[in-house]
Design a protein around this ligand. Structure first.
Ligand SMILES: Nc1ncnc2c1ncn2[C@@H]1O[C@H](COP(=O)(O)OP(=O)(O)O)[C@@H](O)[C@H]1O
Ligand SMILES: [Mg+2]
Length: 247
């Protein structure tokens, strides 16, 4: 089957710093990929290239078989590749429900001839999506009133309104108290599974990685140093030494 994402020789240097070093990578539908790596390893750079926020100096990105290299982010999102951010990009002055309406509007603008139909579908879908991420009873609060964990959930809920095939989440549990991380991930992963969205997430907490990923890729200095089943990658010698700092 055609991979959902495929990169060929993706390369980007920032002056003397290696952001991405000739990366060949594939992601298949249904995978839950955890990307691990030290700070500065290039995890976010790779996400930024694949989602159109950075232009590579070399190489190509394909999504569902189509070349999307350096297309603008909003076009890539409409193709079905959505992302959430390490610091959620919310409309803080709006209510939780309005944030989802805005996201739904961003999708519907592409089919404005169906506008009135879309409005009624959206109401149902917004309620269902809020339910799915456990924010139904917070719908009328301003996004600014939500604690960090709930902001991450809202960020993902907004991404789901765009009907993605793949959601990339950059450090979904960062800034969330360690005792709340598992509950957050359980909710996020449950929501993605229900909507049949393939998932790739950047994560530092190895407990979370082992619990939720079906595959792990370890980034070192702009390259994929190890990639495979979680148990295998997490006991890889180089990964233990250079990523986990534990061997
Ligand atoms: N826009 C940029 N301009 C210059 N250097 C950058 C930029 N983005 C990332 N870098 C550098 O590229 C390297 C990889 O960064 P990043 O992808 O953010 O790592 P990670 O997400 O793994 O922590 C780092 O050395 C970082 O300072
Ligand atoms: Mg990063």
């Amino acid at each position: 089957m055609e991979p959902l994402v495929r990169t060929q020789g993706l390369t980007l240097h920032f002056g003397g710093v290696v952001g991405a070093d000739n990366i060949d990578f594939e992601l298949h539908e249904g995978e839950r990929l955890a990307v691990i790596g030290q700070n500065g390893a290039g995890k976010t750079t790779f996400v930024n290239i694949c989602t159109g926020f950075l232009k590579p100096s070399g190489g190509r990105v394909f999504f569902a078989g189509h070349d999307i290299t350096a297309l603008p982010p909003r076009i890539i999102v409409h193709r079905g590749l959505a992302r959430s951010f390490q610091l959620p990009q919310l409309f803080l002055e709006h209510s939780v429900r309005q944030c989802l309406e805005i996201a739904a509007g961003a999708r519907a603008r592409r089919m404005s001839f169906l506008r009135s139909l879309a409005d009624s579908v959206d109401k149902y879908e917004i309620d269902h999506t809020l339910e799915l991420v456990g924010l139904r009873d917070r719908a009328d609060l301003p996004a600014s009133a939500l604690p960090e964990g709930h902001r991450k959930l809202l960020d993902v809920a907004m991404a789901l309104m765009l009907h993605p095939k793949l959601l990339i989440m950059d450090e979904p549990t960062s800034g969330v108290a360690s005792e709340d991380k598992h509950a957050l991930m359980a909710t996020l992963m449950g929501a993605l599974e229900e909507r049949r969205v393939t998932c790739w997430f950047v994560e530092h907490d190895i407990d979370i990685v082992s619990r939720y990923a079906t595959r792990v890729a370890a980034w070192i200095a702009g390259r994929v140093a190890a990639d495979g089943p979680p148990a295998e990658v997490l006991r890889n010698e180089q990964v233990r030494r250079e990523v986990l700092g534990s061997a």
